[in-house]
Design a protein around this ligand. Structure first.
Ligand code: FMN
Length: 110
């Protein structure tokens, strides 16, 4: 059994709702899941020690919102290389954020 860290940011709570559903699905599948709002992650130390990571941000003006960019900088320093990663986010029409969040996992965190 592993523990998955889900971190989300949101403006109007839709992405929070998705985060909680993902956490519930992970628990139903027999693993542990911790769901945290991005401001609970104060330093790279808060990211260490999990078996997998899923980050979520809504899309506004074609992008993830700033707190998620700051989280990705922490992730860069937290030595998560090789850990599984996923992404998600609420959106209205174009939904760029989730794809952008996954890029570190496909490049320098591989
Ligand atoms: C000012 C504004 C800009 C938005 N820009 C986009 C956008 O570029 N692409 C998109 O898919 N959705 C866009 N949306 C829709 C939001 O992503 C959508 O409402 C989403 O559910 C908000 O998630 P949240 O509740 O987690 O903040 C925009 C919404 C607002 C109010």
């Amino acid at each position: 059994m592993g523990t998955v860290l889900i971190v989300y940011t949101t403006r109007s709570e839709e992405t929070k709702a998705i985060a909680e559903i993902i956490g519930e699905g992970i628990r139903i599948s027999g693993h542990n899941a911790e769901v945290k709002r991005v401001n609970e992650i104060k330093s790279e130390e808060d990211l260490k020690g999990y078996d997998a990571y899923i980050f979520g941000s809504p899309t506004y003006h074609g992008e993830m919102i700033t707190p998620m960019k700051q989280l990705l900088f922490l992730a860069e320093r937290a030595e998560l290389n090789g850990k599984p990663g996923g992404s998600f986010g609420a959106y209205g029409w174009s939904g760029e954020a989730a794809g952008r969040i996954s890029i570190p996992w496909l490049t320098f965190l591989r």
